[in-house]
Ligand binder design. Sequence first.
Ligand SMILES: *Cc1c(COP(=O)(O)O)cnc(C)c1O
Length: 441
Amino acid sequence: MNASTRTGFATQFESTQAHAAEAQPASDPASLHFELKCRQCGRRSPNAARSICEECFSPVEVAYDLDYVRRTFTRDNIAQRPTNLWRYAELLPVPHGYSSTLPVGFTPLVAARKLGKAVGLDHLYVKNDAVCFPTLSFKDRVVAMALAAAKRFGFSVVGCSSTGNLANAVAAQAAREGLEAWIFIPQDLEAAKVLNTRVYGANVVKIKGNYDQVNRLCSQIADQLPWGFVNVNLRPYYAEGSKTVGYEIAEQLGWCLPDNVVVPMAGGSLIGKIQKAFGELIELGLVEPKQVKFFGAQATGCSPISKAVKGGQEMFEPQKPSTIVRSLAIGNPADGFYAIRGIRESGGWAEDVSDIETVAAIRLLAETEGIFTETAGGVTTAVTRKLVEQGRIQAHETTVACITGNGLKTLDALASEAYDDVVIEPKLAAFEACLGERQAA
Ligand SMILES: *Cc1c(COP(=O)(O)O)cnc(C)c1O
């Protein structure tokens, strides 16, 4: 903690207010090749730490000057660049020539033959963000963009509301970038995710409430303090990081798009951004046009988006989460409306699975592909299987399942699984007896 955070909240507030005016320029230099655009009314506005349109109060997103992008964003140029997400810099909200020393992203796209066989697919791939650098979830991608924006806007303190993985990513990358971090989480998060936030020296605040209450509090704080909240006032920039999952899938398939993508949904941002990424690649001519079907995956205990898709509704009804899948436990998803619309327009679908199915699918992915995912990946795997059973995904199609987080962070989910480990004396005879028993079983 630095000197200012050791003082009380009120003092901190006053001392940072004065600083705020000079620390937050109203906009970036005009030379940037991107700006904000309202998703509803289309109004363009200069880059700023803001997630809502000043005109119609709808969410804003980042729009790019594609003519500018086209000049350097070619398959050949990209192939020469380092294998991390910065190879797609022209389509990310960073200035020309931006360099980061953090090699985030470019995770393996694994041909999952054994899992495919188990669920009935001939061409199944796993996009393995369980090994994303540096904190083992796809949230490293969004945080890389948010912190680049935070530094540009002059914030020295960053924060987030989180269901766990975002907390880890913000804490780690803020430590590296020399930013102070304030992390707000629901009180009941997995112990591994809490420790994996604290270890980086971040300020962790546990809230007696669910994620949606944590998020509301963060919005109020963001209105009061000159802090960059990665998923509140920096959300438009943050969300762009998720597009890199889409660019990587296309490049790793040899600049081709798959037929289907299965994506876990919490706030509903990732699924829409992979869709946006594919659309940009088509528009730039880097891939052949193709209608990719998007399938959303949720836990039944928190399934506002899948429920709306299945019920044919345009808008979801908020829910109170009750599931072991904490990373997806957002009952009032910020991008839920757009996720529903995107899924429907793509010709896809959404499904949800029970906690029991989730745990079984974590084991299935581990036993078939040697990939240990957290609960969200269990949801994605189980939903993929369900969609094949329903005939919504066909065996001959190319399908990518997005595995977004690492199983070592949610060991609690497997605590009730009965693994029959044996303990024996350090004697050959003891092992022979053990082997005999196993072979007989
Ligand atoms: C946050 C998260 C998601 C969902 O991301 P949204 O963009 O909020 O829908 C999926 N998987 C994991 C592991 C996450 O942490």
